[in-house]
Design a protein around this ligand. Structure first.
Ligand SMILES: Cc1cc2nc3c(=O)[nH]c(=O)nc-3n(C[C@H](O)[C@H](O)[C@H](O)COP(=O)(O)OP(=O)(O)OC[C@H]3O[C@@H](n4cnc5c(N)ncnc54)[C@H](O)[C@@H]3O)c2cc1C
Length: 346
C-alpha cells in the first residue's frame, strides 16, 4: 500500500499533525503503542501568563489564535465538549507578589490577560493570606476525552494501528520509505518522551520532567475557578478537583509514586482547609527541551523523516501552531521559526 505519511504517536502533537493531513487530503497511518501518556494525564490548562514572573507565555497571542478555533472545530467534528473556559485566580504569596502583579500592567503583552481589580472575596475552604488576582482568557481542554475520541475516529477510518513503531524496520529506497509493506512518502515522529528510543532524533537535548497529579473529592470546597497557589486546584465538576503538579527530573517512568502523592498532599495543606478523599493519581513525562522550545524539523540526512516534539508543559496551546508550521515546511518548504527548528542544535 502507498501512503503519503506515517505519524508515530497519537498524543496532542500527532493529533494536530493528523488534522493538517486530513485538511490537505493526504493519506496516512498512525502508529500508537501506549508507551507514553503525557497527553492522557495532562491538566489540559491553557493559561496565557507565566504566573511565577507575570510574564507572557512565548508567542501567546499567535498560539491562542490558532489553538482556540482548532479545538472548537474538533468539538464539532467529534461531537464532544472539551473546551471549558474559566478564570484563573492567583493566590498572592506576599504583598510584594501582589505589587509585581500591578507592575506587570506595564508589559503590553501581559496586561490584556490580567484583571486590574483584585478579588477580595473569601472562598470557603481556600487558604488565602493575601488577595487573589484574576487571569482572563484561560481554560482547559479535556485532553483525555479528546485523545480517546480522536483515536476512535481514526480507528473507524482505518487510519491507526495500535502497534509499536520499530525504527529498525525503516528501509530507504531513494525518496521512498518502505515500512512493513507500506510505501511511505514521509514519517513524522510525534513520540513525546518516547523519542529517547528513536535512533534518528534521540541526540536532541530533552530535559524531560515527570509530572504527577491527584484527583480529589472535596464536597466542602466550592470553587468554580482554577486556584493557582503553590499548586493548582482545578474544578472538574461533581465536587471533584484535579490537583497538581509535581516536577521530577530523575524518575523516567510514567507510574504514579508514593513520593509524588506525599508531595502533593503536603503542598495541598497550604492551599485548602477542608477534608478530601483522593480518588485517582496519574503521572506522565512532559517532553520538555533544554531551551524550553519545541523540536520541529527534518532529519539532517534523511529529509523524509521529521520530528514534532518538545511541547513541554504547554502542549495544549502550542501543538496546533507547530503542527501547522511543520506541515507547510514539509509540503511547501516554508521556513521554520529559528527558535523551534531542530537545526539550532546542529
Ligand atoms: C502531569 C502533567 C500535567 C500537564 N499539564 C498540562 C497542562 O495543564 N496544560 C498543557 O498544555 N500541558 C500540560 N502538560 C504537558 C502536555 O501533556 C504535553 O505537552 C503534551 O501532552 C505532549 O504531547 P505529545 O503528543 O508530544 O506527547 P505524548 O502525549 O507523550 O504522546 C506521544 C505518543 O507517542 C506514542 N509513542 C511513542 N513512541 C512510540 C512508538 N515507537 N510507536 C508507537 N507509538 C509511540 C506514545 O504512546 C504517546 O501516545 C502536562 C503534562 C503532565 C505530565
Amino acid at each position: 500500500m502507498k501512503i503519503d505519511y506515517i505519524i508515530v504517536g497519537l498524543g496532542l502533537a500527532g493529533l494536530a499533525f493528523a488534522e493538517e493531513l486530513i485538511l490537505a487530503n493526504k493519506t496516512f497511518i498512525v502508529f500508537e503503542d501506549n508507551s507514553q501518556n503525557s497527553s492522557l494525564v495532562a491538566g489540559g490548562v491553557y493559561n496565557p501568563v507565566i504566573l511565577k514572573r507575570f510574564s507572557p507565555v512565548w508567542n501567546v497571542k499567535e498560539q491562542l489564535e490558532v489553538a482556540l478555533p482548532f479545538y472548537k472545530a474538533l468539538e464539532r467534528k467529534l461531537e464532544i465538549k472539551i473546551d471549558e473556559k474559566f478564570v484563573i485566580k492567583k493566590a498572592f504569596k506576599s504583598i510584594e507578589d501582589q505589587n509585581n502583579w500591578f507592575s506587570a500592567f506595564d508589559k503590553p503583552t501581559v496586561a490584556p490577560y490580567l484583571d486590574a481589580v483584585l478579588d477580595t472575596e473569601i472562598y470557603p475552604g481556600v487558604i488565602a493570606n493575601h488577595l487573589l488576582g484574576n487571569v482572563k482568557e484561560a481554560g482547559r481542554i479535556d485532553t483525555l476525552k479528546l485523545v480517546k475520541s480522536y483515536r476512535e475516529y481514526l480507528q473507524k477510518n482505518n487510519w491507526i494501528r495500535f502497534q509499536k513503531f520499530n525504527h529498525k524496520e525503516i528501509n530507504f529506497d531513494n525518496n521512498i520509505i518502505q515500512y512493513q509493506g507500506l510505501e511511505v512518502g514521509k514519517i513524522v515522529f510525534a513520540e513525546g518522551f518516547g523519542v529517547k528510543n528513536n535512533p534518528y532524533f534521540n541526540h536532541l537535548p530533552m530535559e524531560e520532567a515527570k509530572g504527577e497529579l491527584i484527583t480529589i473529592h472535596a464536597p466542602n470546597l466550592k470553587i468554580d475557578f482554577l486556584l493557582k497557589s503553590t499548586l493548582f486546584v482545578l474544578p472538574l465538576g461533581n465536587e471533584t478537583y484535579k490537583v497538581g503538579a509535581t516536577f521530577n527530573h530523575t524518575d523516567k517512568t510514567s507510574n504514579p509514586s508514593e513520593e509524588g502523592k506525599k508531595e502533593l498532599i503536603e503542598k495541598l495543606k497550604k492551599v485548602i482547609k477542608v477534608p478530601y478523599k483522593i480518588i485517582e493519581q496519574t503521572a506522565g513525562i512532559r517532553p520538555t527541551v533544554k531551551d524550553r522550545r519545541p523540536l520541529i524539523g527534518k532529519h539532517p540526512k534523511h529529509k523524509n523523516l521529521a520530528i514534532l516534539n518538545g511541547l513541554g508543559t504547554r502542549g495544549v496551546m502550542i501543538a496546533p501552531t507547530v503542527a501547522k508550521q511543520l506541515f507547510y515546511h514539509l509540503e511547501n518548504d516554508l521556513d521554520l521559526d529559528k527558535e523551534t527548528d531542530i537545526n539550532r542544535f546542529s
